[in-house]
Design a protein around this ligand. Sequence first.
Ligand SMILES: Cc1cc2nc3c(=O)[nH]c(=O)nc-3n(C[C@H](O)[C@H](O)[C@H](O)COP(=O)(O)OP(=O)(O)OC[C@H]3O[C@@H](n4cnc5c(N)ncnc54)[C@H](O)[C@@H]3O)c2cc1C
Length: 374
Amino acid sequence: MKKHLVLVGGGHAHLTAIMKLRDYIDKGHRVTLISPSVYHYYSGMGPGMLSGLYEPAEIRFHVRKMAEARGASFMEDPVIRIDPAKRILILQSGTQVRYDVVSFNIGSGIRKDDIALSGGDVFPVKPIENLLRAREYILDVFKNRAAHILVAGGGPAGLEISANVWRLIHENGLTGRLTVLCGGRMLERFPDTARTIALKSLREQGITVLENVSLRSMKNGKATFTDGKTIACDVTFLATGTKPPSIFHESGLATGQDGGLLVNACLQSVSYPEIFGGGDCISLRDHPLPKVGVHAVRENSILYHNLYAMLEGGELMRYKPRKNYLLIFNLGNGRGLLWRQSFVTDGRAAFWLKNYIDRKFMRKYQVSGELDEK
Ligand SMILES: Cc1cc2nc3c(=O)[nH]c(=O)nc-3n(C[C@H](O)[C@H](O)[C@H](O)COP(=O)(O)OP(=O)(O)OC[C@H]3O[C@@H](n4cnc5c(N)ncnc54)[C@H](O)[C@@H]3O)c2cc1C
């Protein structure tokens, strides 16, 4: 019997399935991609877009064109609830979509429950589109006055965002003061050598880095820290860590400790075998994964294969996460900070390598004339 495959979110883990949609459609199945936007932005180049190193068109995939060119339908409308018993997705517009097999790749949001926010210009660093809005806002508003900018979060995202805001300010002749609140220590989960390089690089850029202090509240341009200090602040970036969306829990699906869709090694929901997922929105049973794009990208071929096997029959493949992966952070000054297990180095070559890897990844999936939109 011919089936309806629905892909929810055109994120990093779905790119291979979208590229190879014809394999499902040629077997007579119907495929629909549902996403809040026609574009999916590649997070690895997001901070570089914030600073102006990359044009928006260079870092995004036109997932609508990608899907439609391969015979699928596209719906621009986020999924807000799942009725797994009836196999129905409920979209924000109220539209209901029936599925036989569904796969979720809807990413994660930024944790902000502990911060009282009212007024002021606050940009969570996900979705990546927020960085484009922040860039346009800063360039527009601070032509003639100094910008007081705060970055909450001392992890990789906080590091890259602050370094690239610095570049944005300096490349455009703006002035400003930049403060980073690390919560704990800068790059806490990384070796001391990486922490030292990151702190030195930010401080050389004139950025104030405060460790063991978090943002408690941001009210009408006044930021209050957990140590009681306050500063005036025009723009706040929230890079306070990620958490999967609440949709799975709210829809009665089994979730992991972090609230992500609980999946087995085949990236298949432990509650309903016709539900799959990949990337930041899942929680892999017995093996919690860090929320890094590397895993989302490596899950591509497994999801593509397992969705095919669910439609056509066949054995499911297992995702075997490797501990070993490479991360390179963009330090905003033409240099990169490279980390792989216990190996750490920095310099221009590290950034060159990051740029090379990122652009190669983009070339593979930018098949819909994205660069012509510049
Ligand atoms: C600033 C920054 C820099 C980063 N740099 C790196 C890096 O260099 N290397 C690295 O490995 N990791 C990096 N990360 C982590 C990385 O962003 C995530 O791990 C990665 O984006 C996960 O991919 P994903 O496809 O699961 O989610 P996402 O990239 O968030 O994609 C989710 C997709 O789902 C869509 N969607 C969302 N909600 C819905 C809905 N309700 N219905 C339908 N569709 C929906 C979205 O529009 C989006 O297209 C970075 C993160 C940040 C914040």
